[in-house]
Design a protein around this ligand. Sequence first.
Ligand code: N01
Length: 485
Amino acid sequence: MATVKRTPKVVIIGAGVAGITTAVTLQKAGFHDFLVLEKGGDVGGVWYWNHYPGLTCDVPSSLYQFSFAPNPDWSHIFAPGSEIQRYMSDVADKFNLRAHTRFDAEVVAANYTESGWHVTTADGTEYNADFVIAATGVLHHPSMPDIEGLESFEGDVVHTARWDDSLNTRGRRIAVIGTGSTGVQVVSALQREAARITHFVRTAQWVVWAPTGMPQLPLTGAVLRRLPRVNRAVYDTLLWGSGFLADITTKPTWRRRAVQGAVRASLRVQVRDRELREQLTPDYEPFCKRQVVSGSYYRAIRASNAELVNSKIERITPTGIVTADGRHHDVDLLIFATGFKAHNYMRPMNLRGRDGLSIDDAWDKGPRAYCMSAIPGFPNFFTVLGPNSPTASISLQYSSEVTARYIARWLERFRDGEISTVEVTEEATTRFNDGVADALGPTVWNTGCNSWYLTEGGTVDLWPYDRATLTRMLSKPDDRDYHLT
Ligand code: N01
């Protein structure tokens, strides 16, 4: 007797890089009954939420794109954030994703019962689904330090990830706290117009020089648009070339040492002032933290209206910041570039799987998933760019696409009546995570620095393998690793 085909009903949470990729991949695989629930007012994820001055993608734009939406038209080699957000929006239009999306729809709960998933948004609406895919991103929840006296500050206060576009920055005395990729971009952007800019640096960062302000060569876009095959070849070449990053970060070879040597030399060449150079020199290896890339930061911090302060922040006063050396730094605008709670993933959502298991209980020792995408106890639930995703070494768009295709394989089997539920086994997840832990040993991220890559338990939450391994692991689900009904 022929099997009756079913149409899986899917809820995708989040419309950033991972959510857009998942939605388009499902469409391409013939699945159209999906709904994207997005907390923000538009697609884009980090590119929607972040619009601080100086925001630029520090990955070349020709690489920072979806394989299914090649775009040769970038104003700069490293495009500004607004342009990337426009690209994401154009992709959503091109693939008619808005018709499938509810905006301003924050998911507050998702519960699995025998009848499937029940997803609730903040306004109380409930959606039912056969499958839920969490594409909720890594860098979403801003981390705001609790510094004594902050509430007494009489000037303006802003976190970069929730920038207020009405803020005046010109001619002001600006303090920037934090020196990750964001802090470095903000200081570079605001220094010229500020009356004074003080950069509070708790831990110095290595900064790789790159032509981050360089326009794309004239006519490049026009030529590549006429020659889509060449455009595709350029993208494939860049993707292949990006394997170098995975190589130097995961393997302790002469190549890693050579690149690290170049990063150290770059600091020596660009900053001749010995005292400032000492302040800027980290006590850990280049690439241990998420590598900062900038062609303008060293120039900005050397400027006469700029100062780098290493002394610990003691407290905030109504008019500024007091550091451990007893100095009071007068400030009108206080900018927190203090990063994100990177290991929250879909939380604080009340996510409950089989038998009411909460994600907080499942992850009481830290986030874990099988192949970044499946969690024991959570049937018919997947993550895209979930735990151990290669946020430090491999294109996020590529990883999302591979993961979404992997999930689509399960949807096909559901559609064909082969399975009703799929849940990864505890054994497979433990085996995968043990392998990851071993492979993380020789990575550069494990060489003794503190970074957002580390979980509270001190483990590195990254992908320690190369792109070929990622592709192989996610090419075809292995039934032995799953409970199927
Ligand atoms: O955040 P971070 P970010 N007192 O966590 C400091 C991506 N990104 O927003 O090192 C004083 O890297 C903290 O100090 P320490 C990219 O993946 C991409 O900059 O912990 N300082 C650190 O200096 C990036 O890695 C683009 O000692 C405090 C900083 O705040 C990721 O986003 C652009 C403090 C936080 O650095 C996050 O970058 C921008 C305190 N209490 C970002 N608490 C692209 O262009 C924290 N800090 C693609």
